[in-house]
Design a protein around this ligand. Structure first.
Ligand code: SF4
Length: 351
């Protein structure tokens, strides 16, 4: 908790929360009920928690609001993918906005819950030229309770089975807050470590430190090219960091945690999808237990990149497979709903 942030319910540890509820005249089991309702069921209003005494519900609403954010915008695509733009108080009277995306299973009758894509920072300092979020720069890190709040809002839409930290921001630059939030997601929302993926550009020293702490998530590294000079352009905050160093830190992660790494590769038509790229990428990853996840680019208005043709995507994937890499393609969902990373936020910033 910080002085500037509103002391919302998700900002309390379980112990602090019990003390707060007891301090208001409630019982420890009342504290557990609230946590179960908020984190387990996505209940956003104390008034709906009818198993609590009325006076306690009123006292909780006054002293510990469940949410600090406001829903600035919501858009739902034909495939039911729902994108939320959330505004958190910023301290200067302005609002810090982030995006959270609820991605339901492809089949409407699937018993599985949705995947929630959350943001780790307000804005992003990495400044990838193909990304809408990078255009606005970094505003601030999200607090742990603000990350949790994204999950609570996602749970309010429907059940969650998986999560990816692939929204706005670079997670390794806000790792302490993220790990605290993911502890709640893991322990109180029931999403297991193997169902949580954190995607990073892979700052080597931070990645090695993260591995030593053995956090409860899967690792995905956004590589985007096998060539150092091109990576300097595509991932500007990593300028001067050799791809070899990133891959060595990823190998260290695998050695320490025993969990395989996924390499994310945004396929930009005509930019990083040539046969040379496929061959060089395969050489870099030869003999490693890992998967390459190819993500055909989702166009952002006004940028210089374009989406590759489906045949070219398949050709790139097949070339990697022939060279011995495990490669999959992830077509993004919700194309009709500003689905590219950061687009909703950019649209609002532009008025
Ligand atoms: S792609 Fe990811 S790391 Fe790059 S600017 Fe966008 S949010 Fe940041």
């Amino acid at each position: 908790m910080t002085d500037a942030a509103p002391v919302t319910m998700p900002a309390y540890t379980p112990e602090e929360w019990t003390a707060h509820v007891v301090g208001l005249g409630g019982k420890p089991f009342h504290a557990r009920i609230v946590r179960e309702q908020v984190f387990g069921q996505g209940v956003l209003d104390y008034a709906a928690m009818t198993s609590l005494p009325t006076a306690l519900r009123e006292a909780l609403a006054e002293t510990a609001p469940i949410l600090s954010s406001r829903e600035v915008d919501r858009s739902t695509a034909r495939d039911r993918t729902t994108k939320l733009l959330l505004g958190f108080p910023r301290g200067d009277g302005d609002e810090a906005t982030v995006e959270t995306v609820y991605i339901p299973p492809r089949r409407a009758d699937s018993p599985k819950g949705a995947t929630l894509c959350v943001s780790s920072q307000v804005g992003c300092p990495v400044a990838c030229p193909f990304c809408a979020s990078g255009r606005l720069g970094l505003v601030r890190n999200l607090e742990a309770h603000e990350i949790i709040e994204q999950y609570v809002r996602g749970r309010a839409i429907g059940p969650l089975s998986r999560s990816v930290v692939m929204g706005i921001g670079e997670p390794l630059l806000n790792l302490d807050h993220l790990v605290r939030a993911l502890d709640v997601v893991h322990d109180e929302m029931g999403i297991g470590a193997r169902k949580i993926t954190v995607s990073t550009v892979g700052f080597p020293a931070r990645l090695r430190r993260a591995a030593e702490a053995n956090p409860r998530f899967q690792l995905a590294i956004s590589l985007h090219t096998p060539f150092d000079d091109q990576r300097d352009e595509l991932v500007p905050a990593m300028k001067g960091t050799q791809i070899d160093e990133v891959i060595a830190a990823a190998d260290h992660w695998f050695d320490v945690t025993g969990r395989e790494v996924t390499y994310e590769y945004v396929l930009l038509g005509g930019t990083n999808d040539t046969p040379d790229h496929a061959r060089a990428l395969a050489r870099r990853l030869a003999g490693k237990r890992c998967t390459v996840n190819l993500i055909p680019y989702n166009p952002v208005q006004g940028d210089a990149y374009h989406r590759p043709a489906p045949d070219d995507v398949e050709g790139f994937r097949a070339a990697l497979e022939q060279a011995g890499c495990v490669a999959t393609v992830r077509w993004s969902r919700g194309m009709d709903s500003d689905a590219a990373c950061g687009q909703l936020r950019v649209r609002h910033a532009a008025g």
